[in-house]
Design a protein around this ligand. Structure first.
Ligand code: GDP
Ligand code: MG
Length: 177
């Protein structure tokens, strides 16, 4: 344990935000534990999980924060955003409303987080292709317009979750070094 801690080069705080039930907790669980929990309860209390990755031969500990089921607009406190270098902003590709709210979440980040925060827009539940309500091109356009990175993921299948987190962490690394 002590040895592990000494070898860490950087700790990056990342927050996961977005409407309720879009899959934030499952994405986090997929990235940190490679698990998907079919009967997961909604998150109680702010908590974070960590995973250490190597970028440019440096050990980076990602400290990833999950909301406390406080996904209502403006319910997430500024303490949650404090010190965050990255954000995963998640919507559900099968629920149009969760994408319509993305602009509000970006406003929240601009208001409460550091101006240099790296933001990755995530369209989750890509496994539910038949139920898709948000065309990929709309999200690509929005992301380009707002200067966000973008990926579609499936926490259920594991598709793109690792890639999206690594991209975010690499961008943060590039920004802080
Ligand atoms: P949160 O409220 O944003 O943290 O959402 P959860 O992670 O609790 O997930 C909400 C619901 O969506 C749960 O029933 C999950 O099993 C389901 N879910 C999450 N990710 C996926 C996914 O990638 N595909 C599918 N089909 N369901 C998912
Ligand atoms: Mg949750």
């Amino acid at each position: 344990r002590e040895g592990d801690r000494e070898r860490i080069d950087y700790v990056f705080k990342v927050v996961v935000i977005g409407d309720s039930a879009v899959g934030k907790s499952q994405i986090l669980s997929r990235f940190t534990k490679n698990e998907f929990c079919f009967d997961s309860k909604s998150t109680i209390g702010v908590e974070f999980q960590t995973r250490t990755v190597t970028i440019n031969s440096k050990l980076i500990k990602a400290q990833i924060w999950d909301t406390a089921g406080q996904e209502r607009y403006r319910a997430v406190t500024s303490a949650y955003y404090r010190g965050a270098l990255g954000a995963m902003l998640v919507y559900d590709i099968t629920k149009r409303q969760t994408f319509d709210h993305v602009a509000r979440w970006v406003e929240e980040l601009r208001a409460h987080a550091d101006s240099s925060i790296v933001i990755m827009l995530i369209g989750n539940k890509s496994d539910l292709a038949d139920l898709r309500a948000v065309p990929t091109e709309h999200a690509v356009e929005f992301a380009e317009d707002q200067g966000l990175f973008f990926s579609e993921t499936s926490a259920l299948r594991g598709d793109n979750v690792e890639t999206a987190f690594l991209k975010l962490l690499e961008e943060i690394y590039g920004a802080v070094t």
